[in-house]
Design a protein around this ligand. Structure first.
Ligand code: NAD
Ligand code: 6OD
Length: 489
């Protein structure tokens, strides 16, 4: 008998094997050991999931009052919290991230995403206009929001539960149904969420999960499916381009949260310790696998050397090891493929003459971690602005530091990117903080902080970093159709 854990598809409220009979391996990035065999959906499985989602729209879910629907999403959040350890273990096995991150960020946000959007949906007023013209024509116009239908959710591996529920939460709160295609690297928590949906009584077909890859696999088949009414995607910019081509057929709307090559700017008047700490987090947290992270940081020349040495100390202070050990502060990167990609950029930085302030390779670890995908937190200086290491997203624990002399120069350098996701600015001069924030071309600016989240705010990027905004009422814009009704008075 095969005792390897199986990660099945979740369709119409049931965990089912893939009809293709195909499986792929999900491995633990800390040591390369097998976590589970994942069932790879066929095109027919994707079709079955979309049909289940369509049927649920016509059934109990579609008829459910907002009050009952949003109460159910609160129950989902409570159940995630009750099964906190199960989600934690699953997320850690897939990603290798330390408990200190998964337990404080990923899993709590997985629950919060359901509660927050349930509350927002209940409390959003609809617009209405009373038309009263001097010639006696009068009308009452009012808006009605209806669900868009079946939403295809395609999510990445870096914050698996957080980023998937960030879309599933508002989609369901608005009354849609979903078919989720989680990353092939991190299939476990999306699957576990199926158990939660069943245990709190979410009707079958409302939440479906298909596993597989992108091109010529579940991802592509889902985005091509004509009965998927809208597609929400987080991942690489190139993948976004492919999904946009698929969505063009049928003119289906997309919401895209894509890559970034974010800049940090540190002025000499910043609270020094806070800035070092903040940039250390923005560069290295989650092993640098955060779309909002800063891979290029501009530091005012008068504090450049001191800042560089202080950040070096931080980089060299990370502790690798067992993710469940509270002392561990840095995990591996997610996969062999990603390990090769990150180390490839490390090699290019060396070839292009970067000065390596910290790291630059693989850490020395005990033999039982030898097959894991570990990388040293790395700091470079001295690369020319046109280096591809400074223009392309690496998505690893690495940062390049460059000195600047004037505010204008810092702004010009920060804007020297086709991406436009996020920035973090460090200064105690409030006027300057607001002035600079207004001039950096990104969707999200943090001043004297980083990744401090309020889920009611808009979230998204410009340029190569995405299309549209989610968060708060902006999510409602995407997950509903707004209809206007005009009544002649
Ligand atoms: P990815 O684009 O490789 O994969 C993301 C998902 O898309 C996976 O589920 C994958 O299977 C699927 N996919 C791949 N090709 C597809 C296709 N042709 N059609 C349909 N689906 C397809 O991204 P990743 O490597 O998983 O994640 C890292 C990337 O995500 C980075 O670029 C990062 O910046 C970005 N990201 C952005 C945000 C944001 O909010 N802007 C957040 C997190 C991650
Ligand atoms: O906090 C969020 O809502 C969010 N979407 C974070 C994205 C992080 C990217 O890696």
């Amino acid at each position: 008998m095969n005792s390897t854990p199986q990660t099945r598809l979740f369709i119409q409220g049931e965990f089912v094997p893939a009809s293709s009979g195909r499986r792929f391996q999900n491995t633990n990035p800390i040591n390369g050991t097998l976590v589970s065999e994942v069932h790879e959906a066929s095109r027919a499985d994707v079709d079955a999931a979309v049909k289940a989602a369509q049927a649920a729209l016509r059934g109990d879910w579609g008829r459910m009052a907002v009050e009952a629907r949003t109460a159910m999403l609160h129950a989902v959040a409570n159940e995630i919290a009750r099964r906190f350890d199960d989600f934690l273990q699953a997320e850690i096995a897939d990603t290798g991230k330390p408990r200190s991150i998964a337990g404080h960020i990923d899993i709590p946000r997985g629950a919060a995403n359901f509660k927050t959007f349930a509350d927002i949906v209940k409390n959003v007023p609809t617009e209405s206009f009373h038309l009263d013209t001097p010639d006696g024509r009068g009308a009452l116009n009012y808006g009605v929001r209806v669900p868009k239908g079946v939403i295809g959710v395609i999510s990445p591996w870096n914050l698996p539960l957080l980023l998937m529920t960030w879309k599933v939460g508002p989609a369901l709160a608005c009354g849609n149904t979903v078919v989720v295609k989680p990353s092939e690297e991190t299939p476990s928590t999306a699957t576990l969420l199926g158990e939660v949906m069943n245990s709190v009584g979410v009707p079958a077909g409302v939440y479906n999960v298909v596993h597989g890859f992108g091109p010529d696999s579940a991802g592509e088949w889902l985005t091509q499916h004509p009965d998927v009414n809208a597609i929400t995607f987080t991942g690489e910019t190139r993948t976004g381009e492919a999904i946009m081509r698929a969505a063009a057929k049928g003119v289906r709307p997309v919401s895209f949260e894509l890559g970034g090559k974010n800049a940090g700017v540190v002025f000499a008047d910043a609270d020094f310790e806070a800035a070092v700490d903040g940039i250390s987090r923005s560069a290295f947290a989650n092993t640098g696998q955060v779309c909002l992270g800063t891979e290029r940081v501009y530091v005012e020349r008068s504090i450049f050397d001191r800042f560089t040495q202080a950040l070096k100390k931080k980089a060299e202070g990370f502790v690798f090891g067992d993710p469940m050990d509270p002392a561990t502060t840095m995990g591996p990167v997610v996969s062999r493929e990603h390990h090769e990609k990150v180390l490839g950029y490390f090699a290019q930085a060396r070839e292009q003459g970067a000065q390596i302030v910290a790291g630059g390779g693989i850490p020395q670890l005990p033999a039982h971690y030898q097959n894991g995908y570990w990388v040293q937190p790395t700091i470079w200086t001295g690369l020319p602005p046109e280096s591809n290491v400074l223009t392309e997203e690496i998505f690893g624990p690495c940062v390049h530091l460059q000195p600047f002399d004037t505010e204008e120069e810092a702004i010009t350098q920060a804007n020297n990117s086709p991406y436009g996701l996020a920035t973090t600015i460090w200064t105690q001069d409030l006027s300057r903080a607001h002035r600079v924030a207004g001039k950096i071309n990104v969707g999200i600016t943090w001043i004297n902080c980083w990744f401090l989240r309020d889920l009611r705010t808009s979230f998204g990027g410009q340029g190569l970093s995405g299309i549209g905004r989610e968060g708060g009422v902006h999510s409602l814009e995407f997950y509903t159709e707004l209809r206007n009704v005009c009544v002649k008075l």
